[in-house]
Design a protein around this ligand. Structure first.
Ligand SMILES: *[C@@H]1O[C@H](CO)[C@@H](O)[C@H](O)[C@H]1NC(C)=O
Ligand SMILES: *[C@@H]1O[C@H](CO)[C@@H](O)[C@H](O)[C@H]1NC(C)=O
Ligand SMILES: *[C@@H]1O[C@H](CO)[C@@H](O)[C@H](O)[C@H]1NC(C)=O
Ligand SMILES: *[C@@H]1O[C@H](CO)[C@@H](O)[C@H](O)[C@H]1NC(C)=O
Ligand SMILES: *[C@@H]1O[C@H](CO)[C@@H](O)[C@H](O)[C@H]1NC(C)=O
Ligand SMILES: *[C@@H]1O[C@H](CO)[C@@H](O)[C@H](O)[C@H]1NC(C)=O
Ligand SMILES: *[C@@H]1O[C@H](CO)[C@@H](O)[C@H](O)[C@H]1NC(C)=O
Ligand SMILES: *[C@@H]1O[C@H](CO)[C@@H](O)[C@H](O)[C@H]1NC(C)=O
Ligand SMILES: *[C@@H]1O[C@H](CO)[C@@H](O)[C@H](O)[C@H]1NC(C)=O
Ligand SMILES: *[C@@H]1O[C@H](CO)[C@@H](O)[C@H](O)[C@H]1NC(C)=O
Ligand SMILES: *[C@@H]1O[C@H](CO)[C@@H](O)[C@H](O)[C@H]1NC(C)=O
Ligand SMILES: *[C@@H]1O[C@H](CO)[C@@H](O)[C@H](O)[C@H]1NC(C)=O
Length: 416
């Protein structure tokens, strides 16, 4: 009974929160025939400075609920990008133009046209012009097939005179459903202020914090050659550690992210003397190059390249190092390291590996060959052996002492 009441109260609270969040958010939908291609729920506050007859003034207003999708909106196609055009008030227009690179979509261009002859909004304006401003700098980007979510306030400056502050944003472009995807790409502001986020983020990018994330899940990545047989096998948990300039904190931070196997796709190529494994996850591309030295008959990880654009980054992070010599192992064997291992690629980028086993060459029957263990594992294994040997030695000494003791006692009896 108690449980039921708590549950009911929880639901009420959730509904109430929903109402509070939805209070100002308006919904806009761009459709093509019967299918929706852009859907946006948002609230917007405008702050526009303009010249009046006796100085300058700032008009502040919210996007009114009478705002509607304009007919120049488009789902795109050919060379035309998809665009959401919202008309409101006395001839004002807000337009969001989207672009995509096949992995992410973003607001590539945001523009506003405002009509200074609207005296209700711009009292005593010295001009009655229509002013157009636009920017192609926006933080709004999300994975394809996911909803961009930013409940926190987010300001976009379109010019020195015009700022728009968005909040309660849920938006998706390049859709192929009627409703917003439940899969969300959460903006960095919502990630740091997790208490205001009603749903947990599917991403594991931990906003820069001193607390390291838990050990990553182990991925099973396989590359197959043309006829479907595996030629590169890798089982490993990966944690990326990138030092970059944080947008939210305006300083350099080391951000640690776990690669999520079920969001990661593996591709690559096999060959001699080089094999590559490319792991692509949402906002991260990672390339491992393995080289086989035919003289020494050993293979090793010779190069790592990374390209990442995480939500809190000011720029895309692109780094690599082509002269590495990690994870060395005899050809025909697999390399194994159960212990955590750090691969320092460049000073600003390292990878922590967990429970790793891999074989980039000579894979037969889709199975790992006999494993060659890393030194840490060998040392870890040595400890129980040493302890065991010490114990065995102790037992032996006690036994010998006992036997000698017994012999002495026997000898004593005989003399009597
Ligand atoms: C839209 O739906 C209606 C009825 O559901 C159907 O008759 C029409 O062909 C559909 N149009 C397109 C472009 O799919
Ligand atoms: C827009 O934002 C910038 C930076 O936050 C601020 O300096 C400027 O005064 C704002 N302009 C208006 C019209 O609100
Ligand atoms: C206001 O007037 C000044 C000078 O006349 C001009 O430089 C400025 O650009 C004007 N500002 C706006 C917002 O039109
Ligand atoms: C301009 O005039 C209006 C009323 O005439 C007044 O309310 C406003 O404060 C004045 N603005 C400035 C910058 O003097
Ligand atoms: C998005 O979904 C469509 C259809 O469900 C699929 O064809 C496409 O590959 C997906 N794109 C991504 C990047 O997941
Ligand atoms: C990895 O995946 C392959 C095929 O996808 C499967 O045969 C193999 O058992 C998996 N290995 C582990 C340890 O899950
Ligand atoms: C698949 O191709 C590789 C070389 O590309 C060859 O070594 C292997 O025997 C082939 N396996 C099968 C089952 O045909
Ligand atoms: C990430 O890298 C920084 C800088 O090299 C280092 O101080 C930090 O300990 C690393 N964190 C983890 C979890 O590896
Ligand atoms: C970021 O920090 C630098 C100096 O540490 C400062 O000059 C700059 O104004 C700051 N930027 C923002 C947006 O706060
Ligand atoms: C990925 O794995 C996590 C944890 O195992 C799970 O909660 C989540 O639903 C999975 N996501 C997908 C898209 O399979
Ligand atoms: C193979 O290893 C040997 C010995 O370390 C080295 O001298 C040689 O340059 C290596 N060959 C290649 C192709 O890297
Ligand atoms: C990852 O690679 C794909 C395909 O080359 C590219 O479109 C995407 O922008 C890359 N992502 C990052 C974060 O660099």
């Amino acid at each position: 009974m108690m449980v039921k009441r708590c549950f009911a109260a929880g639901v009420c609270w959730t509904l109430l929160m929903g109402c509070v969040f939805a209070a100002h958010a308006l919904t806009f939908e761009v459709t093509d025939g019967n299918s929706t291609c852009i859907k946006a729920e948002l609230s917007a506050n405008f702050s526009i400075s303009y010249n009046t007859t006796n100085g300058t003034s700032v008009a502040r207003f919210v996007l009114p609920s009478s705002a509607a999708v304009g007919s120049s909106s488009s789902c795109g196609g050919g060379d035309v990008p998809p665009e959401l055009v919202v008309m409101f008030g006395a001839g004002h227009t807000l337009a969001l133009m989207f672009s995509s690179d096949g992995l992410l979509y973003r607001v590539a261009n945001m523009s506003l046209q405002y009509n200074l002859s609207d005296t209700a909004t711009f009292p005593q304006s010295s001009s009655s012009r229509i002013v157009s401003v636009m920017t192609n700098v926006s933080e709004i980007s999300a994975r394809l097939n996911s909803t961009y979510r930013c409940l926190s306030s987010m300001s976009v400056s379109l010019s020195t005179e015009v700022n728009i502050t968005f909040s309660d944003v849920r938006m998706e472009a390049f859709m192929n459903r009627a409703n917003l995807s439940t899969n969300e790409s959460v903006c960095s502001a919502d990630q740091t202020v997790t208490t205001t986020a009603p749903t947990p983020s599917p991403r594991t990018t931990v906003a820069p914090s001193p607390v390291p994330p838990p050990a990553p899940e182990r991925g099973n990545y396989t590359i197959t050659n043309g006829n479907g047989t595996a030629c590169l096998l890798a089982l490993m948990g990966l944690q990326l550690n990138i030092t970059h300039h944080s947008k939210s904190l305006n300083k350099t931070v080391s951000e640690v992210m776990n690669l999520q196997p079920n969001r990661t796709t593996a591709s690559g190529s096999c060959g001699v003397p080089r094999a590559t494994l490319v792991l692509s996850e949402d906002l991260t591309n990672l390339t491992f190059t393995f080289t086989l030295n035919l003289t020494t008959q050993k293979f090793y990880l010779s190069a790592v390249n990374v390209s990442a654009f995480w939500p809190d980054m000011t720029d895309r992070f692109v780094e690599g190092n082509g002269s590495l010599n990690f994870l060395q192992c005899s050809v025909g064997r697999s390399y194994m390291c159960s212990a955590e291992q750090m691969l320092a690629v460049v000073p600003t980028f390292s990878i922590n590996t967990f429970r790793l086993q891999l074989q980039p060459f000579n894979v037969t029957a889709n199975r790992f060959a006999a494993a060659e263990e890393c030194r840490v594992d060998q040392e870890n294994m040595l400890i129980p052996i040493i302890v065991g040997a010490a114990l065995a030695g102790l037992v032996l000494i006690i036994l010998i002492a006992y036997l000698i003791g017994r012999k002495r006692t026997h000898a004593g009896y005989q003399t009597i």
